[in-house]
Design a protein around this ligand. Structure first.
Ligand code: KIV
Ligand code: NA
Length: 273
């Protein structure tokens, strides 16, 4: 059964969120029974091959979210508003959010930051019936301004900014707040202060929920393992090995076999000679 916002707000059990970017990802996530799917703008990194999320467009997000929805029609789906789509005023932000909801069937949108401008957007959207998930701590869309992709909230000023940001997002109407790459003890304090759920990634065990990126969780890329993630599978290695086996069999004429081939009667063939 699909979760609703009130249901997520009061869930006693930890909330499970995973990202997805396409139809198979949506099917896998829904089949596994997660509480929420996030169509993250990490799309830019893990699917489109960019080195940041900044180039991702609203059109990219909509295209991918529609595919996820076809694979996961019964799961609560959150879609990231990409960089630049909620920074030029509340009207533009509302328009972007309405497009996402109408064109993809999303249940909520997510945006990064807790600046006065973003808080105003959160407040207007939520008052107009668009559920918004906030996101503080490490914020990839503006990571360059934050000094790169690194843990946030380690010193008092940065910790206070994260704590106040999360509290302001709740006050503005956000139904949940993602905490990315912050110390576990800070995430615990934020979680205690808020009434709405915190959803952590690299934020310790005390958050009310957890989120992981599909490609990280499944080991789609071999090599680097991220500190904030855990690999539950090695799909990248399996894919490479499977394709290499296929290539070897083609080159040795071991594939296809009779099993993958169609037959023709002798008399029909005879007429062709
Ligand atoms: O885009 C994304 O995948 C995210 C999660 C890491 C929270 O924003
Ligand atoms: Na994101």
């Amino acid at each position: 059964m699909k979760r609703s916002v009130p249901d997520l707000l009061h869930a006693p059990e930890p909330l499970v969120m995973v990202t997805a970017y396409d139809y198979p990802g949506g099917r896998h996530a829904q089949g596994a029974g997660v509480d929420l799917i996030l169509v993250g703008d990490s799309l830019g990194n893990v699917v489109l091959g960019y080195d940041s999320t900044a180039p991702v467009t609203l059109g990219d997000m909509i295209h991918h979210a529609r595919a996820v929805r076809r694979g996961a029609p019964e799961t609560f789906m959150v879609v990231d508003l990409p960089f630049g789509t909620y920074h030029t005023g509340v009207t533009d932000a509302m328009r972007a959010a309405v497009r996402v909801i109408q064109e993809t069937g999303a249940d909520a949108v997510k945006m990064e930051g807790a600046t006065p401008e973003v808080l105003e957007v959160v407040s207007v959207l939520t008052r107009n019936g668009v559920p918004v998930m906030g996101h503080v701590g490490l914020m990839p869309q503006t990571a360059t301004a934050q000094g790169g992709l690194k843990v946030q909230g380690k010193d008092e000023e940065s910790a206070r900014r994260t704590l106040d940001g999360a509290a302001s997002l709740e006050a503005a109407g956000a139904f949940a707040v993602v905490l990315e790459a912050v110390p576990a003890r800070l995430a615990r304090l934020v979680t205690e202060r808020l009434h709405v759920p915190t959803i952590g990634i690299g934020a310790g065990v005390h958050c009310r929920g957890q989120v992981l990126v599909y490609h990280d969780l499944l080991g789609v890329y071999e090599g680097e393992e991220k500190k904030i993630s855990k690999r539950y599978a090695e799909l990248g290695r399996e894919a490479r090995e499977a394709i290499a086996t296929y290539a070897a069999e083609v080159r040795a004429r071991q594939f296809p076999t009779r099993e993958q081939s169609f037959v023709m009667k002798d008399e029909v063939l005879g007429k062709l000679y």
